[in-house]
Design a protein. Structure first.
Length: 69
């Protein structure tokens, strides 16, 4: 994972471009302090998962999904 490609947006979410057509978004649930990841292909939601202990865990899950897509 390359931290140079991780961008914090004004809405508080983090965004990471996995390829030209794939993007991952990460957000922390303030009620649980757990992380949510959403992966989009051409701006269409393809996968969502939640309950990660850290941003790093959420990023790894996004990479795992992307590698299998």
């Amino acid at each position: 994972m390359n931290d140079d490609v991780l961008v914090k947006r004004l809405d508080g979410k983090y965004e990471e471009r996995l390829s030209e057509t794939w993007v991952a978004e990460y957000s922390e649930n303030p009620a649980t302090d757990l992380w949510v990841v959403e992966v989009f292909k051409n701006d269409v939601p393809e996968w969502r998962s939640m309950d990660f202990d850290s941003l790093e865990d959420a990023r790894q899950a996004a990479y795992n999904f992307y590698d299998q897509a």
